[in-house]
Design a protein around this ligand. Structure first.
Ligand code: G6P
Length: 351
């Protein structure tokens, strides 16, 4: 039994025209009728309400799986039979575990906001993890380029739920992702396992802390992009000059971070649509305990900061250092509204 939550977007077809025809029981599926006013919740696998109502339907109907699509079905998320939401890093891990069984040693490209634990999960299964630029097009194009360079790259996924497979012609396709998950789930059942697909990612650790904050750019909109580039490049030079103790631009092996690639030294420079860098953050006591990723938003005149920490209070500590030693020290108050960072530091919550 499978519950589909199409969020009143266009994904209802997957229930009527795919699952029902294949003989699945889809009773209890939600929001299948397209309605551009989206009366129930935002059709988005990253949306808490979308995942929560799907969880409830899975548990109430004792279903094997729940599926959540975004409006145009290029993104998906799932809920396992125990009601656990699988999106973001967890969905990438689930897909990686399936793909790496079929293609041992494959490279998996993701955006660079994934956890250190996801990299471990992939490498523990013999895969390579290439962390690349945010933006699904960037992630997919990177996979295409790696394959052209002779590096077998079967899966490209963003934490947003966008994903493409080499076997599906590199299409950004949320329905194909869930088909792979359903096939794996059925295979496990036929082999007599009752564990459900959630068991495939049970050794994926969750980051202790994960925070996203935004800073609005104060200049007129038409100057915002140029301003953001300047700010992010200033951040980069602060790190390179060692002004933030224990902070270091992320690199992998011999590869140096330039124009966005975090792993692959064989990078063919592609036009950069938005400036972004990831920095490792370490202390003497804990070694590397976190990272901070800074980037221009693709859609809005703001800068997005993502941070993760494996030690308690690590994100607050990074936010304080970022505010005092970079934003204030470089006089960025003229260009940026960093009230969200200040509020986070004061309250420990994101406003
Ligand atoms: O820059 P933001 O506003 O955070 O949006 C970032 C997102 O932009 C678009 O929606 C792209 O399709 C996504 O691949 C990307 O993750």
């Amino acid at each position: 039994m499978i519950i589909v939550n199409a969020g009143n977007g266009s994904g209802g077809f997957f229930t009527y025209q795919v699952l029902d025809k294949l003989g699945a029981d889809t009773f209890g599926s939600l929001n299948l009728k397209p309605d551009g006013m989206f009366p129930n919740h935002i059709p988005n696998p990253e949306d808490k309400v979308a995942m929560a109502v799907t969880r409830t339907a899975v548990l109430e109907n004792t279903a094997d799986l729940g599926i959540v699509f975004d409006t145009d079905v290029d993104r998906s998320g799932v809920v396992d039979k125990d009601g656990n939401p699988i999106n973001g890093d967890k969905l990438i891990a689930l897909m990686a575990s399936i793909v790496l069984k079929e293609h041992p040693g494959s490279t998996i490209v993701t955006d660079a906001r994934t956890s250190l634990a996801l990299t471990k999960f992939i490498t523990d299964r013999g895969g390579q993890h290439c962390l690349y630029r945010v933006g699904y097009r960037n992630v997919i194009d990177k996979g295409v380029q790696l394959n052209q360079d002779g590096i077998d790259t079967q899966l490209m996924m963003e934490t947003s739920g966008h994903g493409a497979l080499k076997e599906n012609y590199f299409l950004d396709d949320g329905a194909y992702m869930v088909v792979k998950i359903i096939i794996e789930m059925v295979r496990m059942k036929l082999e007599g396992s009752d564990e459900g697909i959630g068991s495939l990612i049970k050794d994926l650790e969750e980051p202790l802390e994960s925070v996203e904050l935004r800073m609005n750019i104060l200049s007129e909109s038409k100057r915002a992009k140029a301003e953001a580039i300047l700010i992010i490049e200033t951040f980069k030079s602060y790190i390179e000059e060692g002004r933030l103790v224990g902070w270091e631009l992320d690199a992998c092996g011999d590869c140096w971070v330039s124009d966005g690639c975090l792993v692959d030294s064989n990078d063919t420079p592609a036009p950069v649509d938005a400036q972004m860098y990831r920095t490792k953050v370490s202390s003497e006591e804990d070694g590397q305990y976190g990272w901070i990723h800074i980037r221009q938003s693709i859609h809005n005149p703001n800068i997005a900061i993502n941070m993760q920490s494996t030690v308690p209070g690590g994100c607050l500590l990074m936010a304080r250092v970022f505010l005092d030693k970079f934003l204030i020290a470089s006089g960025m108050e003229r260009a940026l509204d960093f009230s969200q960072i200040e509020n986070y530091i004061k309250s420990g919550n994101i406003s």
